[in-house]
Write a protein of this length. Structure first.
Length: 261
């Protein structure tokens, strides 16, 4: 059976030492675990060695899902779901605390991250989040202000998650071998008590508008979000700066005011 599908961005992680390193990032013994995009189950096999309470596998590829169901048919703790993670209702999995792992397809990895971030019930019941990204994207996610890669992804991610550990993975660790280096990032949920944003989609909207002209001052785009009266409520806001020169806290405050507008 031919498993690899280029259209799904499949690159199977086969290096055992890296697989062990990923699984050892979090304590998952007798815990509820979700693996996104398990492929042929290389990471899955290592997860099972830690004896999780439950292991749910979500695999979009029908043939791979069928293969996994047969492979783990005798393992009562494993549930295989053939579904597109971007369309799947993650809240249906909630019982207790959940750890989520995934060697994500490069072409939709940022969308998967944002989906998890938007699910308030998932974030509130999250133990660990361990994802693998393309290195270039990973740098955008972990970047601090101010820095070269600072932008929308780091602003949105850091509102909900803190980074515990990260490391790079060589293309030689995969089959088929990708042309890029990967980055594994271990996140933990983080409660930002300084700001209250009801809906993360609003932070997504605010950053999208203000970063739409990255090289220009934000003053014109700010008018699309808030009127002059509301802009005065944001202390420390300099409208003559470019979005890349504005701290995450200002973006959070803009979103707060936007939601009460």
């Amino acid at each position: 059976m031919k498993f690899f599908k280029k259209s799904l961005g499949q690159n199977f992680l086969i290096e055992k030492n890296i697989i062990k390193k990923i699984v050892n990032l979090a304590y998952i013994n007798k815990k509820n675990v979700l693996e996104i995009g398990p492929g042929k189950g290389y990471l899955t096999d290592e997860i099972l060695k830690k004896k999780p309470k439950n292991l749910i596998l979500i695999e979009k590829d029908y043939n791979l899902a069928k293969y996994l169901k047969e492979k783990y048919s005798a393992v009562k703790t494993v549930t295989v779901i053939n579904s597109d993670i971007l369309k799947f209702d993650l809240t249906s999995l909630l019982k207790r605390k959940l750890s989520i792992l995934g060697n994500l397809p490069y072409n939709i990895s940022s969308q998967i991250l944002i989906k998890v971030l938007k699910e308030e019930k998932i974030i509130n019941n999250l133990d660990n989040l361990i994802f693998m990204f393309q290195k270039e994207l990973g740098e955008k996610i972990i970047s601090k202000f101010p820095s070269k890669h600072y932008g929308r992804l780091s602003i949105i991610t850091s509102f909900k998650l803190k980074i515990i550990k990260k490391f790079l993975v060589s293309p030689n660790c995969f089959f088929p071998k990708p042309k890029v280096t990967s980055m594994v990032i271990h996140f933990k949920p983080y409660k930002n008590k300084s700001f209250y944003i009801k809906n993360l989609s609003n932070l997504e909207k605010v950053t999208n508008i203000l970063f739409s002209n990255k090289r220009k001052m934000i003053n014109k785009n700010l008018k699309k979000i808030l009127n002059d009266k509301n802009l005065k409520k944001i202390s420390g806001l300099n409208q003559n700066l470019r979005p890349e020169n504005i701290s995450p806290n200002i973006f959070y405050k803009i979103t707060e005011v936007f939601e009460t507008n």
